[in-house]
Design a protein. Structure first.
Length: 133
């Protein structure tokens, strides 16, 4: 069944659910993260696996690692509105305001923000970023 994408999706979903439960119930973030990484190795565009890694790193108190996983996920899914928002938020949380401003402006220049579900969110983030500077 290695070429059956439906079976692969069902298997990955099952593993995602188990990894999330392991992280929440037992605070076993390392085991959970390894499961997410295995899923990403099989399916590099598995958004849920990336979001699981990001969430776990934030719960571990490691926002820098969460940002690194966010950046990796954006390499695979560059127009994902939630991931774009996550990156801006993490940059702000890390106090990297100049970088957040630059990133928001690059999205605006490349017209990527048009894909956001809420144009207002982009404008508000841009205004917040201007306040940071």
């Amino acid at each position: 069944y290695p070429d059956d994408t439906e079976i692969l999706k069902a298997y990955n979903y099952s593993k995602l659910r188990d990894a999330g439960k392991a992280a929440i119930d037992g605070r076993n973030f390392n085991k959970s993260n390894q499961t997410y990484k295995n899923i990403i190795e099989i399916d590099p565009t598995n958004r849920d696996a990336y979001l699981g890694l990001i969430k776990n790193e934030l719960l571990k108190g490691n926002p820098e690692a969460a940002l690194q996983y966010t950046n990796r996920s954006l390499e695979q899914m560059p127009f994902d509105a939630d991931l774009l928002k996550k990156k801006v938020g993490l940059l702000g949380d890390l106090g990297r305001y100049a970088e957040a401003i630059s990133y928001i402006k690059s999205l605006e220049r490349e017209n990527i923000y048009a894909g956001f579900t809420s144009h207002n969110w982009f404008m508000e983030s841009n205004e917040r970023a201007c306040l940071w500077n």
